[in-house]
Design a protein around this ligand. Structure first.
Ligand code: PAN
Ligand code: ZN
Length: 190
């Protein structure tokens, strides 16, 4: 691997070259929001992009550092804000750092035992995700939420655990403000 430099647009979060982009539309988020009817309506209307991630191409092996820019667009499904799918790292003993660049967000973290934490994301926020904590980001503002992330090359992503159990809490809008409420559909691990 040779050293490399890439450029991101600090306003839009786009990385025009040197990265692969993953695009997640409303139709990719089935089963993740509480309000299925609202999600179906959104998919039928125009199936908007909920978020996208520019991943700089780095080998997925120990010693390397994966790094990427995530952009979560403003919007809601019912009263639940646009958010990422959320995941654990496949290798549970790997950490991650997020650097907030634009917008207003919440980082929802949860251990497999169901312990939960919520951190604020804002331009200049430096967030540490320790090993063993699943994580999901939520855009609670009215502009794109953009952040840079760095994590071990061989961390990998486990989406299935979150898909199967959900997060204990969800972040919804109440009277124009984000509020953390219990997830009625949370299925704890036994
Ligand atoms: C981030 C996330 C990114 C998209 O780069 O992968 O924000 O979220 P999902 O992967 O949950 O769809 C990260 O935490 N990587 O490990
Ligand atoms: Zn991660």
């Amino acid at each position: 691997m040779k050293p490399l430099v890439n450029r991101m647009d600090l306003l839009t979060g786009e990385v025009p070259s040197g990265a692969t982009v993953v695009i997640r539309r409303a139709s990719d988020m089935k089963g993740l929001y509480q309000n299925r009817v609202a999600l179906e309506g959104l998919i039928k209307a125009k199936d908007p992009v909920v978020y996208q991630v520019y991943n700089v191409a780095v080998p997925e092996r120990n010693g390397e550092l994966q790094h990427c820019v995530s952009i979560i667009y403003p919007g809601k499904v019912g009263d639940e804000y646009f958010m990422t799918k959320g995941h654990f790292h496949a290798r549970r003993d790997t950490a991650e750092v997020y650097l907030g660049l634009r917008g207003k967000g919440k980082l929802l973290l949860q251990t497999e035992k169901g312990e939960i934490e919520v951190l604020d994301m804002f331009p200049g926020s430096i967030l540490y995700i320790p090993p063993y904590w699943g994580h999901r980001t939520v855009n609670v503002g009215d502009e794109p939420l953009i952040f840079f992330a760095i994590y071990p090359g061989d961390a990998g992503h486990d989406y299935q655990t979150i898909e199967a159990h959900g997060f204990r809490k969800v972040i919804v809008e109440r009277d124009g403000k984000p509020v953390l409420v219990d997830n009625p559909n949370y299925r704890p691990s036994t």
